[in-house]
Design a protein around this ligand. Sequence first.
Ligand code: NAP
Length: 263
Amino acid sequence: MSFTLNNQWAVVTGASSGIGTEIARRLAGSGCHVVLVARRQERLNEVAARLEQEHRVQTRVLPLDLTEPGAAQRLGEAVADLPITVLVNNAGFGKTGPFNGEDFAVYQRMVTLNILFLSELTYQLLPRLREAAGGARILNVGSIAGYQGVPNMVVYSATKAYVNHFSEGLHWELSDTKVRVTNLAPGKTESEFFDVASMRGTQFARTGVLSAERVANLAVKAMVAGKRNVITGWDNRLNVFALRFSPRWLVGVVLRFLFREMK
Ligand SMILES: NC(=O)c1ccc[n+]([C@@H]2O[C@H](COP(=O)([O-])OP(=O)(O)OC[C@H]3O[C@@H](n4cnc5c(N)ncnc54)[C@H](OP(=O)(O)O)[C@@H]3O)[C@@H](O)[C@H]2O)c1
């Protein structure tokens, strides 16, 4: 079942920066109209203006804090008049540092955005995606951090384990429908994530970093093809593959070493 982006409508959460902006650009470059969602309205307006000008697509800007109660419902209602066939669940954030080093409210927002909102929006839109005669696509942004527990990033890595598993399960559950679910597991990617997660300037964040544009291109290509999973970067693919054959204790010791500077 082939799927083309031209003249489809996509919802992209977290479209005001980084991977989300680049995914929106890549979609628009293929003629797909885009609903742009995040908190910073001015940034969304700038992205929308650029997409309309450069790619002649339609856009809709929805400034929403997706951690607010009822956000998924509000978003669903705000796009009820559009024939949405692509859902990109990209909004998310992480924090590095010792578990007790953050206010618990930060973790509550992280779990709400990375897990609950992503699940609820998918739940809201799935019936409509299933009805799309030409098929539909869901792209969830997990992470390679979700393949194991990561010291000094424990809540974030656990939320991304949820996304990786949620996407995989839903991919197989929907495999006899025209909806395809793809999980994107990026490795280190240049974006505001490093600032929000307090990782900027660390040795860890200086090496093996891909551009958000490259990550978005790989993600959209895999999503259109209906692939189950895409891990960005050969080194990340190798690491995830090696995890299958490595003792858990060894993985833990290596990660403890790699994330020691985040303490
Ligand atoms: N960069 C990496 O190394 C990396 C690696 C693996 C996975 N990821 C994942 O990739 C996804 C995109 O991150 P990124 O790297 O592009 O980081 P980013 O540049 O910080 O983008 C995060 C996006 O999420 C939005 N967002 C954050 N909190 C929100 C909220 N409460 N309500 C609505 N929108 C919210 C932000 O917009 P506003 O601030 O305007 O709301 C922004 O558009 C995330 O799920 C992240 O976990 C990133």
